[in-house]
Design a protein around this ligand. Structure first.
Ligand code: NAD
Length: 286
């Protein structure tokens, strides 16, 4: 059956241009949300009115702090759920808990990620596997559970034009090769084509799948690149806009991609990078 002929897929009613970007009534899950980009994305979604699940893997205190902060600042419902996104049983249990507590899920932000850097010839198989299984397999496992729930529920027009939205946190290194980080660049390159292929497959169910590719964002994952004035100066050679990105820059982009304001955006990648992908080495004409 063509899903668009199903009664669950009514005509799209777009928000009018005088309406604010809102996510009221929507339920969001952000993976790796106890720190960095994920935490700010969760706060931004909360400010837009969504109830939020903060996924974390190792630090329950930090996750609880994030939950308290989101509830205090945004006045919405938030809860923390532990799961290693690379483990199928833990991911499935996390979605079961969320759906039991929140009723459903409208927005998944596949944010959890890590680096295990090494010169290529010294990179161990364990370093290779862990980065691929968290950054790529983890996004696959969470996206699959989300799509199952979106298809089960279908579109509820009072809530959103789409049955669901998935935002994959990629990186400028889905495009820019990265010496010393072969596992990380391979994982993010994989995220890019996985995102586009899922988007192509599930679009008829009005499920939108997009990516955000951050450049250099001020978080713990890359403190070595901005933690001292010297390091910051070197970093700025790679950023035409001459400032480091803040996690809030990604939060704003995520809210827009999750909202009906971007309803016709599907299978796209938004580079939020101050121009890092503009080949800054050529800024004087090459
Ligand atoms: P971060 O280290 O603060 O956040 C990563 C989060 O993922 C942490 O909370 C960590 O606990 C969590 N995590 C790691 N393994 C996990 C697992 N197995 N299961 C569940 N959670 C797990 O760093 P960040 O910069 O906020 O990174 C967030 C995302 O943004 C990552 O996917 C990263 O690759 C991407 N990114 C960051 C930058 C940057 O400059 N900071 C640039 C490009 C892309």
């Amino acid at each position: 059956m063509n899903p668009t002929q199903n009664e669950h897929y009514p005509p799209v009613v777009m928000p009018s241009l005088d309406q604010q970007v809102v996510l009221t009534g929507q339920k969001a899950l952000v993976t790796g949300a106890s720190s960095g980009i994920g935490k700010q994305v969760a706060i931004a979604l909360g400010h837009a009115g969504a109830d939020v699940v903060v996924n974390y893997v190792t630090d329950p205190d930090k996750a609880e702090e994030a939950v308290q902060e989101i509830q205090r600042r945004c006045g919405i419902r938030a809860m923390a759920i532990q799961a290693d996104v690379a483990k199928e049983d833990e991911v499935q249990a996390m979605f079961r808990t969320m759906i039991k507590e929140f009723g459903t899920l409208h927005i998944l932000v596949n944010n959890a990620g890590l680096q295990k850097d090494a010169p290529f010839e010294k990179m161990t198989l364990a370093q290779w596997h862990r980065v691929i299984e968290v950054n790529l397999t983890g996004q696959f496992l969470c996206a699959r559970e989300a799509v199952r729930e979106f298809k089960r529920r279908g579109v509820v027009p009072e809530i959103s034009c789409a049955a669901g939205k998935i935002i994959c946190m990629s990186s400028v290194h889905d495009t820019i090769p990265w010496a010393g980080h072969v596992n990380y660049a391979a994982s993010k390159g994989g995220v890019m084509l996985m995102m586009k292929s899922i988007a192509q497959e599930v679009a008829p169910w009005r499920i939108r799948v997009n990516a955000i590719s951050p450049g250099a964002i001020r978080t713990p994952i890359n403190m070595a690149a901005w933690g001292t004035p010297e390091a910051y100066g070197e970093l700025m050679k790679l950023v035409p806009y001459k400032r480091i990105g803040e996690p809030e820059d990604i939060g704003r982009a995520a809210v827009w991609l999750a909202s009906d304001y971007s309803d016709y955006i599907n299978g796209s990648c938004l580079y939020v990078d101050g121009g890092m992908t503009l080949y800054p080495g050529f800024d004087t004409g090459g």
